[in-house]
Design a binder for this molecule. Structure first.
Ligand code: CAO
Length: 534
């Protein structure tokens, strides 16, 4: 016999009085078993309540904003057999942590952070733990890194807080929902932070470095995991092949709704890959709209000849994702110039002779760092970062240098180059380059850079287009110096050692004339270092 049944909130763990944030059905809708009915959101998790069975919605007992607990009646189905009605009560929902609406909305307490939706991945090993007990983290700081055979994913903090306990260790295998750690938030955070083990929050650059391998033309799993959306919306996004990280949510606090995903799939809504729950820092990194590209070619290479397949090293995946973002987001222009380093080279050779016993060997790069500081002081907008509509001008000069390592490109940073001597810079550069090559560089040794030099001088080439290391706004690329016959009056000429310079700059911040002036001055300083005294 067929009758009506009440659909109740099933076992949702310890959650009580959880607000209904979305209702997916209306009276008269026919639903199948497992179709999402409503979405609930606690401070720690977003949970969809699925239909325990198929049926027709007879009435709905809740509205958005109502608070419910286990056993609360949500709606009634009609056309349900008694046996089915009994089975209905047994269905449970699976909480999944998704990004919170806003870090400031987190109540005081201890949040249990779980592995969010990571697609079809299961039993994925933890390959890195970025935090320790007592560390203060802000929302979106990476907590741990997981590596499947297909992708590396950082799990970000869903809330700001202080790490109270870590429930995983390296090598542990985790899946969606596995508990990672406990995070003290609100007042609890303050208490925890004042304890002896409290450490400063991870710097933003750390978060910037977190990235996953986005399968070519496919879904960027990290962005997907970070997106602020409930499980049903995630499921729908997967079904429609929509990259959630690119969808702008129209729900409360930017939560992504079913309609947003549907509209996106139809191509009707602008993409916005900004971090969930945060206003996009518009010009600096967010606001990439609708890059509507063809899918990546899916070619069976083996059809055309023998192949080998090799996974990209982790560093390459991370730097690749960063380089890709920087290339796509920043309007790059590269200005080429050259510097006469004939005299400087003589001086360098002389200084190396004098320093022979010290064990420090100086290449051209430390001199270029000094020249960079001089040019950055003269043109401060090159030593800056975009923050929304504002330019942050930095009164410190930390210069990064691209280091080629067996695992990929890394950018160690030498701090306070203005206050260091050339031999000091050379020594530190050698130490940092070694750490990079040995894979031992610490995150803070790659943070805080204000300008980067990428030198291919030891290898070759003439000019290239270096990619800006966001959030910096310019980068100097240098190639191998060569002897050039130069005439200054069109009558006589002489051979000069010439260093090719390629300055890439962010056209949102810097104009072509300023870039040309920067290059000219940089070259003048290298030609005659006495200029730094002026
Ligand atoms: N012109 C001519 N010779 C140069 C030169 C230049 N511009 N720059 C360096 N050299 C010489 C050095 O003097 C050195 O010569 P000796 O062996 O005779 O002493 C030799 O080239 C090798 O230099 P180096 O590379 O060891 O030293 P460095 O200080 O110039 O650079 C480092 C250090 C770590 C930056 C470099 O080893 C490196 O990794 N470079 C690659 C950076 C890179 O990959 N950039 C591309 C990023 S975009 O993908």
């Amino acid at each position: 016999m067929s009758n009506a049944i009440d659909i109740k909130v099933p076992d949702i763990g310890d959650f009580k009085d959880v607000p209904v944030i979305e209702i997916f059905v209306k009276v008269g809708d026919t639903v199948k078993a497992e179709d999402p009915l409503v979405s609930l959101e606690s401070d720690k998790a977003t949970m969809d309540v699925p239909a325990p069975q198929g049926g027709k919605v007879k009435s709905i007992a809740v509205k958005v904003g109502d608070k419910v607990s286990e056993g609360s009646i949500l709606m009634a189905f009609e056309g349900v057999s008694a046996a089915m009605a009994q089975a209905a009560a047994a269905v449970a929902v699976k909480p999944s942590v998704s990004a919170p609406p806003s870090p400031v909305s987190a109540p005081a307490g201890v949040a249990e952070v779980r592995v969010p939706d990571i697609g079809d991945f299961k039993d994925v090993p933890v390959i890195e733990i970025f935090v320790k007990v007592g560390d203060a983290v802000t929302a979106e700081d990476p907590l741990i890194s997981l590596e499947s055979d297909k992708a590396t994913m950082d799990v970000p903090a869903p809330l700001s807080g202080v790490v109270q306990a870590i429930q995983v260790k390296l090598g542990d295998k985790v899946s969606e929902g596995s508990v990672i750690l406990a995070l003290a938030t609100g007042d609890a955070k303050t208490a925890a932070a004042s304890g002896p083990t409290a450490a400063p929050a991870l710097a933003p650059a750390r978060a910037a470095a977190s990235a996953s391998a986005a399968p070519a033309g496919g879904i960027d799993e990290t962005a997907f995991a970070l997106a602020y959306a409930g499980p049903a919306v995630r499921k729908l996004a997967r079904e429609l092949g929509v990259n959630l990280g690119s969808v702008q949510g129209s729900g409360d606090h930017g939560r992504i709704l079913r309609e947003d995903v549907q509209a996106f799939a139809k191509g009707g809504v602008a993409a916005q890959p900004a971090a969930p729950g945060k206003a996009a820092p518009a010009p600096a990194g967010g606001g990439v709209t609708g890059i509507d590209l063809l899918p990546w070619p899916n070619v069976d290479f083996a059809k055309f000849g023998p192949i080998d397949r090799k996974d990209l090293p982790r560093i390459k995946k991370i730097s690749g994702a960063n380089l890709h973002r920087n290339w796509v987001v920043i309007p790059h222009v590269t200005t080429h110039d050259e510097a006469d380093i004939t005299d400087l080279e003589q001086f360098r050779v002389q200084m190396n002779k004098e320093l022979e016993k010290s064990g420090v060997k100086i290449s051209m790069l430390p001199f270029m760092m000094k020249a960079a500081v001089a040019a950055l002081k003269k043109f401060p907008e090159f030593n800056a970062s975009l923050d929304g509509d504002a330019l942050v001008l930095k009164n410190y000069w930390h210069i990064g240098f691209a280091a080629d390592t067996p695992n990929g490109l890394m950018v160690p940073v030498i701090r306070d180059v203005d206050r260091k001597t050339v031999p000091e810079i050379a020594k530190e550069m050698g130490e940092l380059a070694k750490l990079a090559r040995d894979g031992k560089l610490k995150p803070d040794q790659m943070q805080g850079g204000t300008f980067t030099i990428s030198s291919l001088g030891g290898i070759g080439g003439i000019y290239f287009t270096p990619i800006i290391n966001a959030p910096e706004v310019s980068i100097m690329g240098v190639c191998k110096s060569y002897w050039k016959n130069v005439s200054t009056d069109g009558k006589s000429s002489s051979w000069r050692l010439t260093l090719p310079l390629s300055l890439s700059w962010d056209h949102r911040v810097i104009d072509g004339a300023a870039a040309a002036r920067f290059n000219v001055y940089f070259a003048q300083v290298l030609a005659d270092l006495r200029r730094v005294l002026f």
